[in-house]
Design a protein around this ligand. Sequence first.
Ligand code: GLC
Length: 437
Amino acid sequence: MLLFVLQSITLTLIAQENYTPSKENLAAREQFQDNKFGIFIHWGLYAMMGQGEWVMHNRDIDYAEYEKLADAFYPSKFNADEWVKAIKNSGAKYICITTRHHDGFSMFHTAQSPYNIVDATPFGRDIIKELADACHRHGIALHFYYSHLDWRRNDYTPLGRTGHGTHRRLDGKWESYLDFMKNQLTELLTNYGKIGAIWFDGLWDRDEEEGGMKPERWDLYTQYELIHTLQPSCLVANNHHSDIIPGEDIQIFERDIPGQNLYGYSEQAISRLPLETCQTMNKTWGYNITDSAYKSSKFLIQYLVKTAGKGANLLLNIGPQPNGELPEEAIKRLNEMGAWMKTYGETIYGTRGGVVPPSEWGVTTQKRKKLFVHVLEPYSTIFLPYQNNKLLKANAFVDGKPVKFNQVKEGIILNLGKTQNDTIDYVVELEFKNEIK
Ligand code: GLC
């Protein structure tokens, strides 16, 4: 009897672990990789506090006090079309927005709790709906961030690792929280048109002895299946900082290009799934009134190029202001990135990480018979250890001028001459006889 039980448990686990993505899903993964560049939006009640999206936890704010923010939320300048136009202008092909963050406030009209933007604020408008409509109108994909962690609900029980100072009652049942999430996911995937991805976050909040990140603990397989059933092409991503879990379609790296671990959350092995690096433009995700440490446009463009060189997408964050506008500093960077993408987009969109791995001088991206060599540091000669494919021509991408090269058995030597020190990215386009494998 015991043996039988054990066997059937193993069988169900194997069945779940053998997630086979549908045809639509596989096509969506290709499209996602072709898109290469997206803009992340962290927006919620926390914007009003101007200290980032973790303010409720960081300042031990009582949940009943925090709720009062809802009563004053009136982002008078919010205009979804303007957001979408500014974002499209950067060359980004998708937007990922926080529908509900760890503070537990729903930025969309949900029937699952009155604590949402339509029922609990004087603003009374479903900004997710307005954004979804604008995205669909302007032809840009929309992804939804959704927090697994909640600092307010009484059924997020027992207490996790964070949010201890919010004084919420914990007299609810975990099963009711799981139902709540399933119902909200159903709303998000039925009421807002086509959704490109659901981007989960917060799984790391459970202690090991409380089941940690075990999929069964969070009913993840059911959630993933629900998403794939409601919208087969919707991709599942989860920012759990660990190895991918069956049912996921994208692997996320937080603040790190895959292969790096500068920030400390990226020890996980790089999987074969499409990859995405999320990164901040300044230091914080949610609006921070004193954070003016914006990265330069040159840094951000080079970061996008380096991410593409590793075959990953860049999801670059903006924290809109409490009045509903994107910060001016962010718009400036969107414009500058867009101007660069207008010229160089062909070397980024639709490419995959190049056969020649990243080096001190830069990275490569590739598309069919073309290899784009992105020289990010001033080098006059570079060596590409790529063999057995005849190089037909080498040109500077920007003006088509020929670049001197020498193909030897060991690889290719490019003589760049003097490259300008202030160039963001000197791109050499190489065309080979055969498709690059
Ligand atoms: C972290 C933070 C969260 C943020 C996310 C974005 O997981 O908890 O606030 O939304 O990173 O990558």
